[in-house]
Design a protein around this ligand. Structure first.
Ligand code: IMP
Length: 193
């Protein structure tokens, strides 16, 4: 049986990741593997952060490790919040404060294009590989929906039917999310190796 460690501790992200991973795999979290506290995440790009987290887990546990780092890039805000998405409104990492600040900073903007991006880093004995998933969309003027987390209530994917990610059932979001696309790219990479 394949056994892997996921870097994330966020319950929403774990659920999304687990729902697209192959059935029958033993999937541990960093906590399950005995790691306590925050994983290192001091990079200035999603790639650097994903790399750091996966490498840390591999070095400490010796089990193939998958780390994800994601962010929302808003065109009208020169790509912000980007790598700072979790702490956009401050170190408290409040989803509500982050969404409110983003809507305030984008008030009156005509260009509301935004892109969710996930970078996955996969660390094994063979080294480390990076995979990417993106979804393009628009920032709403108001919050809509109850599902999901983070910026889901203010992001409408272009390929959807006008609903925000937070108005979609979890499986509808997963069908087009940046995170599940990155996972599919990783699984394709595994099949080829
Ligand atoms: P992380 O560094 O991968 O934990 O993601 C940084 C931040 O991006 C999170 O705290 C969320 O605010 C936001 N984010 C990442 N993925 C999503 C998503 O799928 N929906 C909404 N917000 C997200």
């Amino acid at each position: 049986m394949n056994k892997i460690i996921l870097a994330t501790q966020n319950a929403h992200k774990l659920e999304e990741l687990r729902s697209v991973l192959p059935k029958g795999w033993e999937v541990l979290t960093a906590f399950d593997a005995g790691i306590r506290g925050e994983l290192p995440e001091t990079g200035s790009t999603l790639e650097e952060n994903a790399f750091q987290k996966a490498m840390y887990l591999w070095n400490h546990c010796g089990i193939p490790s998958l780390a994800d780092d994601s962010g929302l890039q808003v065109a009208g805000l020169s790509g912000a919040p980007g790598v700072n998405s979790a702490m956009y409104a401050g170190p408290e990492r409040s989803d509500q404060a982050n969404r409110s600040l983003l809507l305030a900073n984008l008030a009156g903007a005509v260009d509301r294009a935004a892109t969710f991006r996930t970078v996955l880093a996969w660390a094994t004995l063979e080294g480390i590989q990076l995979y990417e998933g993106v979804v393009h969309g628009q920032i709403t003027h108001d919050e809509r929906g109850e599902y999901g987390f983070g910026y889901d209530r203010i992001f409408v994917p272009n390929e959807g039917d006008g609903r925000t990610f937070a108005e979609m059932l979890p499986e509808e979001k997963v069908a087009m999310s940046h995170r599940s696309r990155a996972v599919r790219a990783w699984l394709t990479g595994l099949e080829r190796s």
